[in-house]
Write a protein that binds this ligand. Structure first.
Ligand code: NDP
Length: 250
């Protein structure tokens, strides 16, 4: 089985670092042209583009805050002007503002909802127009096992991530007749800057709950996303795939 996506244009939100970077690299390795979106860290975005080009792939970096409607409009306009199409959207940009419920500030709630849920809504709506015209599309939303099982100290994040699952199923039902699929991928604990804040003790406790006995890598997630973007996944929609070492078994 070989995945080839030569004619496809893919946009990966938050594609400059961590899981998004691995997704951008993986999609580019199939021949797709990849738009690496980022919010603030231009250096990381440029490194991702350079790594893709060094491997013979095609990529550009475009700054935009996915939580900001004007930025999202500009992002999609730019992609369509440059490439004339958008076939694959990976809604990966995400943040955490962890704290216990009683201490959670309005800003902690709003920041997580704005990036993790509103951003995904804005980008999905913008991508559906060209995808509907083309009668082909793949939307892959990065949720989390925390959206399935909850996590103390992450009520805002878990609510957003659970929301992504309901959102994905609803849009999948709306748009299936146009050959556009919408799926979610739920990573477990993946070794990135987002999880770098965990202490050694917390990591050890976490690993004990993972049947495969290790944290995941960004590449573990990127493989599932690339499969879902491919023709091999043409008959899959509205599903959530866990890439979590067996942490949550459904
Ligand atoms: P990182 O913190 O390593 O990277 C986050 C990426 O998102 C960066 O590219 C960042 O760009 C971008 N980003 C953040 N906010 C915005 C915004 N408002 N607009 C555009 N881009 C933005 O995160 P991970 O790679 O760990 O996480 C990626 C996704 O996977 C997230 O949705 C996260 O919730 C999810 N996830 C992660 C898990 C993990 O264990 N790491 C587990 C389960 C899910 P910049 O640097 O420019 O700000």
């Amino acid at each position: 089985m070989q995945i080839r996506l030569e004619e496809r244009v893919a946009l990966v939100t938050g594609g400059s670092r961590g899981i998004g970077r691995a997704i951008a690299q993986s999609l580019a390795s199939t021949g797709a042209t990849v738009v690496v979106n980022f919010r603030g860290n231009q250096v990381a975005a440029d490194e991702t583009v350079a790594s893709i080009e060094a491997a013979g792939g095609k990529a550009v970096a475009i700054q935009a805050d996915v939580a900001n409607a004007e930025d999202v409009d500009r992002l999609f306009k730019d992609v369509l002007e440059r490439f004339g199409r958008i076939d694959i959207l990976v809604n990966n940009a995400g943040i955490t503002r962890d704290t216990l419920m009683l201490r959670m500030k309005d800003e902690d709630w709003d920041a997580v909802m704005d990036t993790n849920l509103r951003g995904l809504f804005l980008c999905t709506r913008a991508a559906l127009r060209p995808m509907t015209r083309a009668r082909w599309g793949r939307i892959i939303n990065i949720t989390s096992v925390v959206g399935l099982m909850g996590n103390a100290g992450q009520a805002n994040y878990a609510a957003a991530k659970a929301g992504i699952i309901g959102f994905s199923k609803s849009v999948a039902r709306e748009i299936g007749s146009r050959s556009i699929t919408v799926n979610a991928v739920a990573p477990g604990f993946i070794d990135t800057e987002l999880t770098a804040v965990l202490s050694a003790d917390m990591r050890e406790a976490l690993v004990k709950q993972i049947p495969l006995g290790r944290l995941g890598t960004p590449e573990d997630v990127a493989g599932v996303v690339t499969f879902l973007a491919s023709e091999y996944a043409a008959y899959i929609t509205g599903q959530t795939f866990n890439s979590d070492g067996g942490m949550v078994m459904q």
